[in-house]
Design a protein around this ligand. Structure first.
Ligand code: B12
Ligand code: SF4
Length: 480
């Protein structure tokens, strides 16, 4: 039997829950009468491959496009075998199209390897690529299209574009370089379809869900505003209905929102919470647990009552982009909140037992030594929340890449920044802060955080990543 489209999810992505992009795309395919099969190759890599002599660690370095890491000949041989088996698996469904979801730039290396392998084995199969990983320069989708290696690429939301491709209407928005058009009413989209995933196999009994697309803020370093031009959201009631639906389908009671922020529209947040509280009266579920990325607002707008309502509705975890302990740096970033606002937010999280994840950026172009020390001071100040169990983890991330199409990119001249590539840049106005210095600060912050007892997920992988980067930088500079 022929399958209209096989949709694949690839590394690097999280592996504890099924990929939402595939579940969303499958739902629209079904709605429009197209058959589809989702395969989570990212999950398969980590779950079927026995670790051979550091293979997975090296593969992760290889996938990180910015490192340009080459696999050793033995690991390259293993990787080619895996690729081969993946292509066999994909083709076993007899697909007319294969849709590859490129989650971020860290999926580009893998995507390109799959594309070339698939094209070689089955040149007739039509290849479609989509996902946020196309928003940097690494994918070179135009070249792939020109050379006939892929058939289509989709930028922006995939739901309408994919259906158009399957219907043969390939001249539409978002397809092969045509400006994407945002979906007007997210309430019109079908609920995500997770039926192709064996949910019990994933580590977490949790599903991803989206309540909104885009963001209400315009932080200087962030390109969400380019990917999703308008901030659009589903009604709170529609989101609550999907949570109840997924619970009835799969028995899952925990939901992780992929939104850039779950409190972008306080009206929707209140509507969601009230709808959930209402649902709990009619279905015998107790309370769902849910959470996601959360922006810090002033005490006046996100007040005590709203925090209480969120707690009543089951809010359990929030991820907060703090970025810096320096108000001066946060102000340049246009974060629109101060350390005082953050103090209040964390106090409320503590009162309501929300689990908190804090995200930081070390080495912003205007970050001086004093600003960096402010970040370290903040880590010390919030140690009390680590000890009380409110701060569950922090993420110090990569050092800052200056992404094209971000407000910061537009300020390159004003900040006298010379940028060799997205990651290697240097501002004349802050001469001490070159790439090596940023990595040093980043690694030092990790050391301090570890000493204070913070939980840093993937800290060893990140350390390896930075050490590989330092080695490469020193090689380039001719320093041993
Ligand atoms: C939640 C999230 C995460 C979560 C992951 C949750 C998950 N889904 O598994 C976590 C925190 C783990 C994460 C990690 C990372 N993330 Co992230 N993340 C997001 C966020 C906020 C939402 C992504 C999401 O799930 N959206 C919901 C799904 C349904 O949307 P989607 O995957 O984009 O799919 C839609 C379209 O892209 C398209 N589409 C997707 N696939 C396909 C395939 C086909 C064939 C078609 C036609 C269409 C299509 O249609 C889908 C439906 O509309 C976005 C920002 C944003 N608001 O988009 C950043 C974002 C995707 N992340 C980003 C980055 C950089 C990363 C990291 C590399 C960060 C890092 N340095 O570690 C890592 C990548 C993983 C890794 N280990 O390397 C960038 C990507 C930028 C880029 N140009 O590559 C984004 C855009 C944020 C940003 N502006 O910086 N992330
Ligand atoms: S960093 Fe977060 S809050 Fe700021 S613009 Fe990007 S998505 Fe919005």
């Amino acid at each position: 039997m022929v399958t209209d489209i096989v949709l694949i999810s690839i590394p690097l992505q999280r592996i504890d829950t099924p990929p939402l992009a595939l579940a969303n795309l499958k739902a629209v395919c079904t709605k429009h009468g197209f058959s589809s099969q989702c395969i989570d190759l990212n999950f398969e890599l980590y779950n079927s491959q026995t670790e051979i002599d550091g293979f997975l660690n090296e593969l992760e370095l290889y996938f990180q496009v910015k490192l340009e890491h080459q696999l050793s000949p033995e690991h390259e041989r293993i990787w080619n075998e895996i690729l081969d088996s993946w292509i066999t698996k994909i083709l076993s469904h007899n697909p007319i199209h294969v849709g590859i979801s490129v989650f971020s730039y860290n999926s580009v290396v893998c995507a390109r390897d799959i594309i070339f392998a698939l094209n070689k084995r089955s040149p007739k199969t039509k290849i479609i690529v989509g996902g946020n990983g196309l928003y940097d320069t690494y994918m070179k989708e135009d070249e792939l299209l020109r050379d006939g290696i892929i058939d289509f690429y989709v930028k922006g939301e995939g739901e309408e574009a994919l259906v158009n491709i399957l219907k043969g209407k390939v001249d539409q928005a978002g397809i092969n370089g045509k400006e994407p058009q945002q979906i007007d009413d997210l309430n019109d989209l079908p609920f995500s379809d997770f039926t192709d995933f064996c949910l019990e196999k994933y580590n977490r009994s949790q599903l991803l869900i989206t309540g909104s697309r885009g963001c209400v803020r315009k932080c200087s370093f962030c390109d969400v505003g380019v990917i999703w031009k308008k901030y659009r959201y589903r009604s709170g009631k529609n989101i609550a209905d999907e949570m109840v639906y997924q619970y009835k389908q799969h028995g899952i009671r925990s939901f992780d929102f992929t939104d850039s922020l779950i409190n972008g529209s306080l009206k929707v947040l209140v509507d969601l919470c009230e709808s959930l509280v209402e649902s709990y009266k009619t279905i015998d579920v107790g309370r769902f647990g849910w959470g996601g990325q959360f922006i810090v607002r002033s005490r006046k707008s996100m007040n005590e009552e709203k925090f209480q309502l969120c707690a009543d509705a089951g809010l359990k975890f929030v991820s907060i982009g703090v970025e810096s302990g320096s108000d001066r740096v946060k102000s340049h970033m246009k974060k629109e909140f101060t350390n005082e606002d953050l103090d209040f937010t964390l106090e409320q999280c503590e009162i309501h037992n929300f689990d908190v994840n804090l995200l930081f950026i070390i080495g912003y172009p205007t970050e001086t030594e004093e600003d960096f020390q402010d970040t370290l001071k903040m880590l010390k100040k919030y140690k009390k929340y680590v000890d009380s169990g409110t701060i569950k983890q922090i993420n110090l991330g990569n050092t800052l890449s200056i992404l094209p199409n971000t407000p910061l990119y537009d300020q390159l001249e004003a900040l006298e920044i010379k940028n060799d590539d997205l990651e290697n840049w240097h501002s004349k106005l802050n001469p001490d802060l070159d790439t090596l210095k940023r990595i040093e600060r980043r690694l030092y912050a990790q050391e301090v955080a570890e000493e204070l007892g913070y939980n840093l997920p993937q800290k060893d992988e990140q350390k390896r990543f930075f050490e590989a980067k330092i080695k490469k930088l020193k090689l380039l500079k001719g320093v041993s």
